[in-house]
Design a protein around this ligand. Structure first.
Ligand code: ADP
Length: 499
């Protein structure tokens, strides 16, 4: 089975969030199951720097709208999987982040950047001549690549089957209607039956309407997005397509995220020996300017600072954490107002609250290893990876009862004892809801036997990719069977007509 897997971000080449983690680990797990998987991603500067085995570029310039674009074949530095980096220096090699400029604003040319990426991926999907490899399945992710299923659906004749994964429906890929011209779609799709969305265009809608099959990243979120509360205006379309929508829980990469990795964790540890975790906590408290005390519960938070992740309520939660004799350490970046409010709390509670604004994966891993409790609140959460990382590091999450959080965490309160619990779940998406759940976690932390049971149960969870990757494989196989049956029927019909 030949699979083209395309994503706007893939670790270790480029990352802003969980999409990159999934796009790095899932294809590797699929390759382990025998799938011939190849990747595609924009040729950002850091990706070109980090990719290995770069070969001569293949120009796409003879295709209308793709002048100045080329494909650079290379290999992933960790898994060795083949990747095509779509190269267009004026679009992908600009200063700033993957989607934002130096000032943190969305890039004004994002529609063109990702329309062009989608058109290049579509060419690859159709077996571009100089490449000489044609996939059976094209699996694309989130709004950045929503145009690919639409562009392929417009092709007559045989084409690969398409799978479109929704990692976060809240990012609709919305652009002014004038940008429609960059999509490469026929004009009649600039309508409600196509990609039009309340007077704009939505690239997410394109993927949802036209993919052969839709997936999202947890079973519960697959149900939630069919409702107006979570559907972001696309719930009606999603309900129409409900028979083609599957929720598959994300996994995590057990090699990259492990408390026994001496290159990332100052004092490695495991379920058999927690001494290292205690030393990691002391080291983190010292590094963060917190009072070094093994008995003070230390709460960590690592996330984008957005309303989705309830970062706006944290400034109100911090005084309560400090008052209850606990400590708080945060590493995150995002909304500038939230960043300022958080920093003000750190000034108010020295030695109790530490705020590190920025993107720092090394610090994230030290927090996972050194904190006792991981605050993982969210107003909605398609899957969420940080709560799984928390469990893997024996740092039980305090997560909200929604989406993938609910699918991956067994709440302490639901069990009444901690034999099956792996964390804490709360309902109210308010400062008080979160603070109460953190109080509860701190209370259990102060009972060492109960706490150790909870940690061990959390660490023994199996979130390896293998099982979920097998579900994707089964889905691909089912889609190919449908495609082959359709082709046989078409062939039979043509034969019948000729006779
Ligand atoms: P989302 O993709 O919605 O942001 P996830 O929980 O699925 O949330 O994934 C977040 C990913 O981003 C995790 O790998 C997490 O470690 C990483 N991350 C979050 N905040 C930071 C940060 N400040 N620095 C480095 N990595 C971060």
């Amino acid at each position: 089975m030949r699979l083209l897997f395309a994503s706007a971000e893939i670790v270790p080449l480029a990352k802003t969030g969980g999409l990159a983690d999934v796009s790095g680990a899932l294809p590797a797990a699929l390759a382990g199951l025998g799938v011939d998987v190849r990747l595609a991603m924009p040729g950002y500067t850091e990706a070109l720097d980090r990719a290995e085995g770069k070969q001569q570029s293949i120009p796409l310039s003879d295709l209308p709208g793709l002048e100045g674009v080329s494909l650079i074949p290379a290999r992933m530095p960790d898994t060795g999987l083949p990747i095509w980096l779509v190269d267009c220096p004026s679009l992908y090699r600009q200063p700033g982040g993957l989607y934002v400029d130096d000032s943190g604003n969305d890039r004004p040319d994002n529609c063109r950047r990702f329309a062009l990426f989608a058109r290049a991926v579509t060419q690859l999907a159709l077996g571009l001549r100089p490449v000489g490899w044609r996939p059976d399945i094209v699996h694309v992710n989130d709004w950045h690549l929503g145009l690919v299923p639409a562009l392929l659906a417009m092709q007559g004749g045989s084409r690969p089957a398409t799978v479109f994964t929704i990692h976060n429906l809240a990012f609709l890929g919305l652009f002014p209607a004038q940008e429609f011209a960059t999509t490469g779609l026929p004009p009649d799709l600039n309508s409600a039956d196509g990609v039009e969305f309340y007077g704009k265009i939505s690239l997410m809608k394109a993927g949802i309407r036209f993919a052969d099959h839709l997936t999202t990243v947890s079973p519960r979120y697959a149900k939630e997005i069919l409702t107006p509360a979570f559907g972001c205006g696309l719930d009606g379309l999603l309900r129409e397509r409900a028979a083609d929508l599957t929720g598959i829980l994300n996994g995590i990469d057990y090699e990259r995220w492990t408390p026994s990795d001496p290159s990332a964790v100052p004092f490695p540890y495991s379920t058999r020996d927690f001494a290292g975790k205690r030393r990691c906590k002391a080291a983190l408290q010292a590094e963060a300017g917190l009072e070094v005390d093994p008995d003070t519960p230390l709460v960590g938070y690592i996330s984008r600072l957005t309303e989705q992740k309830m970062a706006d309520v944290l400034p109100a939660v911090m005084p309560r954490i400090a008052a209850q004799g606990a400590q708080f350490i945060l590493c995150g970046a995002g909304d500038r107002n939230i960043e300022g409010a958080l920093q003000a709390q750190a000034v108010r509670f020295p030695g109790r609250v530490t705020v590190r604004i920025g993107y720092d994966e090394a610090l994230v891993k030290r927090i996972l290893a050194g904190a006792d409790i991981l605050a993982a609140p969210a107003r909605f959460e398609p899957c969420g990876l940080v709560q799984m990382y928390g469990m893997r590091y024996g740092t039980p999450p305090v997560a909200r009862k929604t989406g993938g959080m609910q699918d991956s965490v067994t709440g302490f309160e639901a069990q009444g004892s901690c034999s099956a619990a792996t964390g804490f779940l709360f309902e109210d998406s308010t400062a008080s809801g979160l603070a109460t759940a953190i109080d509860q976690a701190c209370g259990v932390y102060r009972s060492p036997i109960a706490w150790r049971k909870l940690q061990v149960a959390a660490m023994k969870q199996d979130f390896r990719w293998r099982r979920s990757a097998q579900r994707y494989c089964d889905l691909y196989a089912a889609l190919l069977a449908v495609r082959d049956a359709r082709q046989m029927n078409d062939f039979g019909a043509r034969q019948g007509a000729a006779e």
